[in-house]
Write a protein that binds this ligand. Structure first.
Ligand code: GDP
Ligand code: IMO
Ligand code: MG
Length: 437
């Protein structure tokens, strides 16, 4: 276990690919080194998997530090909360012996996802037809749209006497929009419930939210910093899904990069400490959009099967391919990554060879930059081949004990990105982290 020296700053752990890099596992593994763990963007579109003591847990909205019951967890202002999913998560944790009421604080400025935001997500996807995003349909796009359009409802609003009226007014807007898209509202359901039934559950779940400590989290977190506490900001999604820098429009609707920590928590840029960028030793993507190194052959199938590449939120099969250096370099640049964390090399333990895309060929020209026309041009990945290590990584606890051929691969990755690797994960379990000291 790495024990980070306390800096009194906000360290960041951010996904460098298209999400699902293993953020949940690593946040849980390094939580002992922190006092406060926060989510700063996204919402229940995230699915963060943690494994320990032979048990698997999936979190969607609550930070991955929650199982360390002595630590403070914060849902920041940049996050979207869907009350029904939140309540399910709280109830699930309670069954596992974790009372989130004790150590979870929620920003009053976090926005709410209404049942009709979820309906609008479905309506928008249908309206897009062939060019649909492949959204998780949790209402993310429509809820952030209302936030930016200054129509949204915030967690602090649930305490207002006229909350129901405000809710009805926003719902009405959504119903009108759905009608204009000719969306069939009567046959729409969420988790098998009609809109009305789901709405009832939603209001019951609002009562659960009222029992939590609702705070001005920007003051709360800056106070923690003043007290010298170590804060960890847990990213959701990944850099290539960022609203500005991702493969737009095939992205999510929030700032998934380090800059999002400042606006999503109320933290000044000067308070950012380490930026830990996390990447799989290969690459996956779920949903639509470009993915230059995607494999459509048996190797892709093998990565999917051995990596158990099925979405933690929707169960969808993830697309699989080789690691993409131009995308990683771009992500390191945008996030100011100071340390790399690598996950899932064990998935390729039995591969004869492993490939790395070092640059792209586009219209006969070579580049290692992400072009504006990413979605429109044919990108031919230029692949460098490495011999497979053909060794089981189980039980390896020291960097020097890793197979030489894996070290060779990791160092090529390090050289290409110019960022040092700090830790390597070798299984889903929180204990299986090889630290490079
Ligand atoms: P997140 O969204 O970034 O938290 O990642 P997900 O939880 O959606 O997906 C990562 C998946 O890989 C989960 O099933 C993890 O349990 C699993 N995982 C994480 N690290 C490793 C690793 O080093 N090896 C293997 N085999 N699985 C891992
Ligand atoms: P974590 O935090 C992987 C993808 C969706 C879709 C696009 C937009 O577990 O890494 P949205 O529901 O946000 O409107 O979907 O983004 N997506 C993710 N892919 N991991 C995630 O989160 C994702 N969250 C959203 O598949 O392509
Ligand atoms: Mg995930």
């Amino acid at each position: 276990m790495s024990n980070f020296k306390k800096t009194g700053k906000v360290d960041v752990l951010i996904g460098l690919q298209w999400g699902d890099e293993g953020k949940g596992k690593f946040v849980d593994a390094i939580t002992p080194s922190y006092d406060v763990i926060c989510r700063f963007q996204g919402g229940p579109n995230a699915g963060h998997t943690l494994e320990f003591n032979g048990m698997k847990h999936v979190l969607h909205i609550i930070p991955s530090g929650i199982f360390h019951t002595e630590k403070i967890n914060v849902i920041g202002n940049g996050v979207l909360i869907e009350p029904v999913i939140f309540k399910q998560e709280v109830d699930e944790l309670f069954k596992k012996g974790v009372n989130a009421h004790k150590n979870l604080f929620i920003s009053k400025k976090a926005h709410l996802i209404l049942p009709t935001h979820r309906m609008m997500d479905a309506a928008n996807e249908i309206a897009k037809g062939k060019s649909k995003i492949g959204s998780t349909l949790k209402g993310i796009g429509p809820a952030y749209t209302d936030k930016i359009a200054r129509n949204g409802l915030r967690i602090g609003d649930i305490m207002r006497e006229d909350f129901r009226e405000r809710y009805e007014a926003l719902k009405q807007r959504h119903l009108e929009k759905a009608q204009s898209l000719k969306f069939d509202i009567t046959n729409f359901n969420i988790d098998g419930l009609s809109l009305e039934e789901y709405e009832n559950r939603w209001f019951v779940s609002i009562e659960t939210l009222k029992d939590f400590e609702l705070v001005n989290s920007e003051y709360f977190l800056n106070y923690c910093l003043d007290e010298g506490m170590n804060i960890l900001a847990e990213g959701a999604q990944g850099t290539m899904l960022d609203i500005d820098f991702g493969t737009y429009p095939f992205v999510t609707s929030s700032s998934t990069v380090t800059a999002g920590v400042c606006s999503g928590l109320g933290i000044a840029p000067s308070k950012i400490g380490r930026v830990m960028g996390i990447t799989k030793a290969y690459c996956t993507r779920v949903g639509a959009g470009p993915f230059p190194t995607e494999l459509f052959d048996k190797t892709g199938e093998k990565l999917c099967a051995l990596g158990n590449e099925f979405g933690a939120t929707t169960g969808r099969k993830r697309r699989c391919g080789w690691i993409d250096i131009p995308a990683l370099k771009y992500a390191c640049m945008l996030n100011g990554v100071t340390h790399l964390f690598i996950t899932k090399p064990d998935v390729m333990d039995d591969f004869d060879e492993v490939k790395m895309c070092t640059q792209y060929e586009i219209n006969g020209e070579y580049t290692d930059e992400i072009p504006f026309e990413y979605n429109d041009v044919e990108i031919k990945p230029q692949l460098q081949t490495f011999p497979g290590w053909k060794e089981n990584l189980e039980d390896i606890i020291e960097y020097g004990a890793l197979p030489k051929k894996l070290i060779n691969y990791l160092e090529a990755l390090e050289n290409a990105t110019g960022v040092p690797i700090l830790a390597i994960s070798t299984s889903p379990d929180r204990r299986d982290v090889v630290w490079r000291t």
